[in-house]
Structures are given as structure tokens and as C-alpha cells.
Design a binder for this molecule. Sequence first.
Ligand code: SAH
Length: 386
Amino acid sequence: MPSVSISRRGDDRVRAGHPWIYRSDVTAVDAAAGDLVEVLGARDRVIAHALYSDRSEITLRLLSTGPQALPPSFLRDRLKTAIDYRASLAVDATAYRLVHGEADRLPSLVVDRYGNCLVLQTLSQGMDRRAGEITEILGELLQPAGILARNDPRVRLLEGLEQRVEAVAGSVPERIEVREGAVHYDVDPWRGQKTGLFLDQRENREAALRYARGRLLDAFSYQGGFALALAPKCASVLAVDISADAVSRIRENAARNGLTNVEARAMNVFDELRELERVGARFDTIVLDPPAFAKNKAAVKKAMSGYKEINLRALKLLEPGGFLVTCSCSYNVSEGAFLDVVASAAADTHSEVTLVEKRTQGRDHPILVNVPETYYLKCLILRKIA
Ligand code: SAH
């Protein structure tokens, strides 16, 4: 069997429960790209099994620890476990994540369900090589109408894999109707952001619905995830996103849901917040759900000033008694650091703010407690009390 030897430091990482071994901790390789390998620890004993990449800085993605070999059915077993877990959540939607990589012991594999279609991403050499087998198993377990391989994320380039989007089973339409709570959407799994929707925010939209009222501002709205979910409880809704395409979809989706109180603007949120302040606009509920400002460690400082600015401006626009739902999906920005930003925005605007709920990504996107990188989404629900 192919094998890869790792250093003492790599060995320690495995023992600490981290599922990745970096190139700098690899001491010898007897394997080809994408192989399932035995991982030899500092004392030359098999300490784990992993998928090997000959290109990525992440050389090994662990599938299991200990000396035992994996059963031939491991992919099927794990896919079934992941799917059964989602079924047990009784999600009130027809779009959600079925497989979330490492957290389902299927490193670098993503499978999302949209109605009766599946969208698949294989983001490492090892998983990509097994895409055919995975497609077959998913077909057997779920009988989808079609499976789309949405393999255009840039991370695939780090693995030496090409960016390609194609139907790998059945047929996948350009518009799939899905339901999330009471809202019906048309999703484009071929070209929409991520795999079509921001599924990780579903439960935060449900939570926000408990507080939404009055005049709502949904900033960084994409296709209106928060705006449309909260609109029935609000007098008026203003959704803002820089993407003209996203904005036209908000309008379509508002109409298809019979929501007549939703206005959508294609604008840069930074400019729009300033303009709203200038014209004296006020809101009772504000959602801030920006893209990851800190995509890497080097970008953290600039990201912090971005988060500070939007939170500060939002608190100024918010009426006392109003709610701010503020999010960060940068895994390089910790929960503590994000809370600090919000606290300093509150201080600078002389507002008194309470923390109503501290939330994260939905339960279909689980966090691994030994892997801080998997705790990426922070969602704070705040109330401005004065
Ligand atoms: N709230 C959405 C997801 C938002 S994702 C939901 O629940 O579905 C972040 C969005 O921010 C993207 O749609 C992107 O187009 C938009 N965006 C990025 N930079 C922006 C900017 N400076 N101004 C406005 N929108 C921006």
C-alpha cells in the first residue's frame, strides 16, 4: 500500500486531532497523486490513513487514525452517515448541505441538496479521483433527478485540478425551485454563488425572524435570503447588494412570494450606508452579512476596519429598541475579535447594545472542535437599547 512518512511535529498534530498534515511535516513519500495512503509516524508505525496530494500545501487529509485499514465500503458508510444525520435534523427546507467535508469525515467533499438535484464539489486530488464512485453511491442512496459537479472553486487550482462545471448524472436545470421556511426561491446551481445559495445561514435567518420588525435593511443581501424571510414581519424592506444579477433575482423572488414591501438596490454597501445616513434614514432591523473580508491572515487588519465601519454605520442608522444581526464568515477573525469590533462600534456611536443571541453556521455545516478553521461563521443578534 502507498505510504507517506511524517515528522515528529506532524505526528503530534495527528494526536491533537487535526485532520491535515502540511508539506513541511512530510519526510518521505511512496505514493501517487490522490492515493489513499498509510501514514507512518515518527516511529515508522502506521498511525493513520489519509488521502495524498502531490501539489497542495495540505499534503495529507486524514480519513482515520490508528493502524487499522479502512473497510472498502468506507465512502458509502460515511456518505450514508452524513445523509442520515441531515435527515435527523428535520430541516424545514428543501435546500441544505448533506456533506460538509472534514466534519463528515469526508475531507474536501461538499454535497448540497437543492430539491431533487444534488450539487457536488471534490476539492482535493484524492476526492476528485473518487468523484465517479461518490456519484454512483449518491445515486443509489438518494435517487436524485440529476447531480451537478460544481467544480469551479479556485482552491482546486492549488491541487492542480481544473475548474469545471458539468452534470455528472441525470439532468440539472438552470433553475431549481427550492423552499426555505415559507420562502420559495429559484436557484441557479450552475452559476449562483457558492453552490447556488448561502445554505450556512438558513438557521440564522430563522432566528432573525424572531426579532424582525418595522423598517428592515438587509445589507449584502445576495438573492434576498434574509430580506425575503423577514419581509412578512416588516413594514418595509431595503435589500442592497453590489451584484446586479443578485438584485434582479431578489425582485423576481419577492414577486413569486407575493411580497410587495421589498425594494432592492444594486449598490456598494459602504457607499449606501453613508448615503442612508446623509438622507436621515432610520431602521428598526438591520442585517449585515458581508463576504469574508479576511480571506487570509495578512488581510485581517484591513478586514477589521471593514467590519468596524459597517457595524458603526449600522448602529447609527438603527433606532433604539432595534435589532442588528451582524455576521462574519472569515475564519481568520475569531468570535472574540468580532465581538471586540462590535463593542468598539457601540462605544464610538455612544449606543448601548446587548447581545441577544450568539450564533454560528447551521447544524448541517458542523464544526470540528479540534479544528478552529471549521468555525468560520459568526452571527451576533444584538439589540440597541439606547
Ligand atoms: N445574506 C445573503 C448572503 C450574502 S453573501 C444570504 O442570506 O443569502 C455576500 C454578498 O455580498 C454577495 O452577494 C456579494 O455579491 C455581496 N457583496 C460583496 N461586496 C459587496 C459590497 N461592497 N457591497 C454590496 N454587496 C457586496
